[in-house]
Design a protein around this ligand. Sequence first.
Ligand SMILES: [Zn+2]
Length: 322
Amino acid sequence: MALPRYAIGLDVGGTKIAAGVTDAHGEVITKLEPRPCPAAEQDAVLTAVLDVIEELRSLHGPATDDGGIAAIGVGAAGLVDWPQGRIRTAPNSGYRDVPLRALLQAATGLPTVVDNDANTACWAEYRLGHRASYMAFLTVGTGVGGGVVLADRLFRGSSGIGTEIGHMIVDPYGSERCGCGTVGCLESLASGTALGRYGAAAAALDPGGKLATLAGGASRVTGETVSTAAVQDDPTALAQLERLGHWLGIGIATLVNLFDLQLIVLGGGAAQAGDPLLKPVRTSFERFVTARSHRDLPDIVPARLGTDAGWIGAALLALERQ
Ligand SMILES: [Zn+2]
């Protein structure tokens, strides 16, 4: 029988660090409470990451014949070279061109992988949630991120920075400028942030309505407010989710047209709205996918792992060196 091998997984985001330890099957052995990530300062992030690693290593001990920590995996927000694990740049952070993988290997002596956080979350959904050989994972939160699995491998492009699904151009003649500087990115129209913007505009026209009441004022409406109101069948909130679903469906249709995918998994905060979002996504997808009557249409399903997917997938990648 194979000896247990454990990996530390970390999800280093713009605001917090989530981390824990899994075995090679993705079984969670230990999970830490998420802690703040001082993303504005590169050195502070490194210190915080190393603190988390040391804490988990002290709980589990070194790798021995009986098990212990054998590897480290990190999912990091931003553009990450693969397999070098160098973070080229990241939104809302102070780090630029950080050789994170090399730094962590030198500091810990453990084999380490560093990948984009949406890729690691995609890998966890693939390994533990759905297991379709050709699938895409979209996370709809502050932004829109994602990963693509082709022939049971994460597809990363030539250098690692591929599958930036949120920056697929869907409306170049629109008015919304994305954080990346381009007009018409999927992220600027289909993120949780966009949902909040749609909701705030709708609430401003209906100051006594459910959205404004729930949020304590039209200008305070967020994507979460809209999702909450939609669950309570508020027609204004449902209309905003339809708008979001329209754009997401266009993005998903393009992914399916390109890659002939078997499954689409939707994660992130906005996806927690469930059917009020999934139904319009499906309608839009079926409208825009090509050769609709000549193909098996993939299912579009909610993610199974929630907010732990990023660090669990990173730990799995570390043990598998995918
Ligand atoms: Zn963009």
